[in-house]
Write a protein that binds this ligand. Structure first.
Ligand SMILES: [Zn+2]
Length: 207
């Protein structure tokens, strides 16, 4: 399940589709706007005004007709999040912390892996959360960062591909996941760095 079909979703989804992930649920309540097109490459000029999930479903099923994409044109809220995540592997491709917190809580409660990605300008971050084993998103972030997020189009492409790599590894059961580590991409200086993450004993979500 990919929550958010914006810049990150536009990078994660094509690779999951062509890898043959057979059933993909995409969730987004927004319509395509002109200002999205610098980074949300699943949506094209002709899609302006159209629901993002419909635009994404069309492109992904054209890329791989053997997969099924379920398009849910809804905003994720406290009331629907548990139903929406069902028993899916969850990709956090959102652009705001309140919705990320909802996904985090649902992932923890339902014991589902959560693949987190975030971008700002030329900087991006990613980490993988396995409930019961690793620190969670709430251990990492507190509070809320308000306002619009400026993004250079290539940044979500880099981070989305990292998230897709993590999902593919998880499904195949290979390699070492990006757990309890925050990978930080600094595009301006072209450096990757890593911060170790630890469970917060006072975390309101995973304690
Ligand atoms: Zn936590």
């Amino acid at each position: 399940m990919v929550a958010g079909v914006g810049g990150l979703g536009s990078a994660v989804l094509p690779y999951l589709a062509v890898a043959g992930v057979g059933k993909i649920r995409v969730i987004d309540g927004d319509k395509v706007e002109l200002s999205n097109l610098n980074r949300q490459i699943l949506h094209w000029d002709k899609d302006i005004g159209r629901a993002k999930v419909d635009s994404a479903k069309e492109k992904l099923e054209s890329l791989n007709p053997d997969i099924e994409v379920e398009a849910i044109n809804e905003a994720i809220t406290e009331d629907n999040v548990f139903e929406l995540v069902e028993d899916y592997v969850i990709v956090d491709a959102m652009d705001n912390l309140p919705t990320r917190y909802l996904l985090n809580r649902a992932a923890l409660r339902k014991n589902l892996p959560l693949f987190h990605g975030a971008v700002y300008g030329f900087e991006g971050r990613a980490t993988t959360i396995i409930p019961g084993k690793t620190s969670c998103l709430r251990c990492l972030y507190q509070g809320v960062i308000p306002g619009k997020i400026p993004v250079v189009g290539v940044t979500p492409a880099v981070i989305g591909c990292i998230q897709a790599t993590e999902v593919i590894k998880y499904i195949l059961g290979v390699g070492e996941l990006l757990t309890d580590r925050l990978l930080i991409y600094d595009g301006l200086n072209m450096r990757f760095s890593e911060v170790k993450l630890k469970k917060d004993p006072n975390c309101c979500d995973c304690k």
